[in-house]
Design a protein around this ligand. Sequence first.
Ligand code: A3P
Length: 288
Amino acid sequence: MEPSEEFLLKHKGFYFLPDLVTPEYIDSLEDFEIRDCDVFVVTYPKSGTVWTQNILSLIYHEGHRDGTENMEIIDRVPWLEYNIHNMDYVHRPSPRLFTTHLPYYLAPRDLRNRRAKIIYVARNPKDVVVSYFHFSSLSVKLETVPDFNSFLERFLAGKVLAGSWLDHVRGWSTHRDEFNILFLTFEEIKKDLRGAVLKICKFLGKQLNEKELDTVVEMAAFDKMKSDPRANYEFMEGNLLEKGKGHFLRKGTVGDWKNTMTVAQSERFDNVFKEKMKDLSLTFIWDI
Ligand code: A3P
């Protein structure tokens, strides 16, 4: 069954939010002019997008001591495909930071020439599907699916916002040589936040002193972000999130899928995963 058009726009094999984008705009992004100093956070939903956006803007804005603490995260690292605040992307001062869920084949063509930098964050898909299920019942933009099993089947069939997790990760991973890309996993950031921040800094060619590094790590920690209204999209209450139903930052752990998936669901998942990903060398941490 195809997902409801009220909630999802299908364009070029990918699912978008219909009230925030048009097919013409998506097509135009292929010609979006890239600057060498642009940086993109690329993720499949529920893989640590806001976390990475926050880390990136903390690194660039020196722990937000320069006034950017008053800006929403989506204004610091805005969505390429969802220009929610109608920003003038073309004339934004450098370095421009962007976020996208786009699959590799819809990304701006210029990125293919290894111009600009991409930080791709992947998360073990069992935690992704559980996080996504909770988010679907929290978000007014997404169709509420009555039970986890129905959601799991939709997820495995790729009939959710941003399509198939398997295709997204496979696409970006197998085409990584065409891009200037740093591949990270949610789990490695979780295991060693400081190490991940240093890795990102090295990739970006940014040098932070110990104090600046401490600030980034402190401000990107789960508890700190959980209590930050900006990290929780609170300004979009009623518009993205349903009021009073929960927070965008939920648990932020590795292995939470075990609290939701039955043994049968986990085995069903493993079978699809093994079949579709068997030729890839990617390994995921399923629990810490
Ligand atoms: P959970 O629902 O498992 O808690 P995205 O931003 O891509 O939508 O991802 C959201 C997920 O990342 C949520 O997962 C959220 O809690 C988690 N997350 C966000 N910031 C985090 C942080 N600082 N530390 C750990 N997890 C974080």
